[in-house]
Ligand binder design. Sequence first.
Ligand code: HEC
Length: 161
Amino acid sequence: MCVFRRLFIFIIFGLSTISFTSAAETVELKPNDAVYVKMGKKVYVEQCASCHGVNLEGQDGWRNTKVDGMRLAPPHDKSGHTWHHADEVLFNLTKYGFKAMISEDYEVSMPVYDGIIKDHEIVAVLSYIKSTWPADITEIHDKINSDYKSNRAMKEKMGGS
Ligand code: HEC
């Protein structure tokens, strides 16, 4: 009986630990995972390169030209600002789109990828993008991620969202 009780407590504790972990889990890119990077490159070529450029160079004039009131696709390399955003922000922008993340009134040509590609493919394509960044940019981006995570943890502790 006692053994079963212990087993029961173990299971309950184990399950609560698991659910806690997944609730606190954030999206994490895998630029050092060769399988993800390879898959991501394929997704990039098929889904993103037409706008963001085969070499992640973006569209000519992206900084100050608008077409039909919409911005042009920025580069994903060092010269753009993709690396200014934490993993989770990049994931959400790609999956849910700019309207969901910024405002319904925001006009943008980029498709919403929810339902077009799977979550792990979004992680893969962003991991591929990150894998192309030089060491100094990767280092800054890692720091942006750790700041983002500690801000989130702090908000959760204080009961915010
Ligand atoms: C039809 C063109 C188009 C396609 C295809 C496209 N994008 Fe974009 N993307 C844009 C434009 C335009 C913007 C800039 C929007 C703005 O700032 O108003 C953008 C911005 C972004 C940003 C934000 C970058 C930043 O500097 O803040 C990310 C991340 C992104 N795209 C990822 C992707 C990924 C990943 C794919 C492929 C799965 C993709 N995009 C496919 C047009 C496109």
